[in-house]
Design a protein around this ligand. Sequence first.
Ligand SMILES: CC(=O)N[C@H]1[C@@H](OP(=O)(O)OP(=O)(O)OC[C@H]2O[C@@H](n3ccc(=O)[nH]c3=O)[C@H](O)[C@@H]2O)O[C@H](CO)[C@@H](O)[C@@H]1O[C@H](C)C(=O)N[C@@H](C)C(=O)N[C@H](CCC(=O)O)C(=O)O
Length: 493
Amino acid sequence: MQLSTLIKGLDFIEIKGDINKEISSIAYDSRKVIENSVFVAISGYREDGHAYINEAIKKGASAIILEKDIAIEGNNITILKVQNSRKALAKISSNYYHNPSDSLNIVGITGTNGKTSITYLVKSIFEQTNRPTSLIGTIGSVIGDQITENKNTTPESLELQRTFSEILKYNIETCIMEVSSHALSLHRVAACSFNTGVFTNLTPDHLELHKSMDEYFNAKAELFKMTKDYNVVNADDEYGIKLIKRIKNYETKLITYGIENKADIYATDIRYSVEGVKYVANTPKGSIDIHVNIPGTIYVYNSLAAIACAYCNNIDLIDIQKGINAVKYIKGRFEIVPTGKDYTVIIDFAHTEDALEKALTTIKQFAKGRIILVFGVYAPGAESGKGKRRGMGKVAAKYADLSIVTSDNPKRDNPELIIADITESIEEENGDYVAIIDRKKAIRYAIENSRKDDVILIAGKGHETTQIIGDEAIPFNEKEIVIELVSNDQKTS
Ligand SMILES: CC(=O)N[C@H]1[C@@H](OP(=O)(O)OP(=O)(O)OC[C@H]2O[C@@H](n3ccc(=O)[nH]c3=O)[C@H](O)[C@@H]2O)O[C@H](CO)[C@@H](O)[C@@H]1O[C@H](C)C(=O)N[C@@H](C)C(=O)N[C@H](CCC(=O)O)C(=O)O
């Protein structure tokens, strides 16, 4: 592609050199540069891409997009200075793949909780109408039968636009994707055209990046400026209410959902059991019985959000009903591990105070025995860390009969110190706990000490298949570990 075509629509501070040359590819990592690449220098959190410009040139980059004035070593290098390299990367990536998002029907889902589950529920509903549907999110990108793991929940713009173009090659028209607040703040979705935007809720998380709840909220709210057809918002969430006020005069139509407050799509006659939740969904097109195979109030909300998306896409109520019921489980999302024992083991991704409270109160709705909780807190490496650890400890003490406090992804933090912060708060609330640093040993302890009718909740890592200790990602598949440990448990059967 010619450089002039690639940079079409991009705002520059300065252009130096030839823009009519042919370029071979885009790279924002110097290690991925090939002959005639455009290298985009990004000022990151850990590294500054500007420090790698000369390395990129040595590897063959013939054009550089940058934000800072840097001494360039090389001849015939085109230099394009921009205000924001990440935004520029998004725009040129979209141009490179011929703006694929314009040809897709994209549903973008944001909020602290529920994003992954909603993507799976919406995909399943769409598929009842014989519309092949792709998915991009925490568990990976799903295109046809292929699942590709993603480094991030919402991939960097270059990978994202490439994925969109792959989806079109498969003749798939719909893409349901999770849009993280990081992606919005770091402009990964800057050049995307969204048809529907969904807001689930907002509770403290990722404050290491966003610094305050207001900043976190503002990041999420950006999505709703980028949608063409519908904005779908949870009317029961404090920040959902704030968002409704902010966007109600936007041209994009607003559809609300909820249980408590007045909403366009709402649930009545809710019935809970360990097998899931049943309720009546009321929509402007009529009412229908819904059976979600995953328990808890949170799944009433998640399925209502999915129903709202389906409503916005003109899908019949009967297909909505079938689509939701067809989802039997979602990897690492309140996933009941088949053990064949007289106790229950659940794996859930809950890694915030709010999500942990929701998971534990859901279990309270059906548990006949004790609740044994295995959890840790990942290391965000910022001030928010201690508050989060204490908050999660408090929730554990309130709802769990026994907490086994262990490591999550301690990364470079000292796991003993993380655990000490958690157990300090459990003690203050008179909770019962043991501390076991090694996560596998902690799970073993829970299994060995369980009794008939107990429910073991292993929280925090959900679908993840590694544990990050130091800088190393060690293989750690929680579901496989549970199955192995349970098969060694001779206590009950
Ligand atoms: C904190 C954060 O968000 N970091 C993201 C950020 O990395 P960074 O700014 O730290 O990059 P960096 O390592 O400092 O490098 C800066 C630049 O130098 C370049 N470089 C670096 C070394 C070199 O030899 N050559 C070179 O060119 C890098 O390629 C990069 O362009 O930009 C990268 C490219 O987009 C992301 O992959 C990376 O996500 C990291 C892996 C991450 O952990 N992100 C998490 C926090 C995140 O984004 N999470 C959300 C989900 C949240 C949720 O659960 O809702 C997500 O969407 O995944």
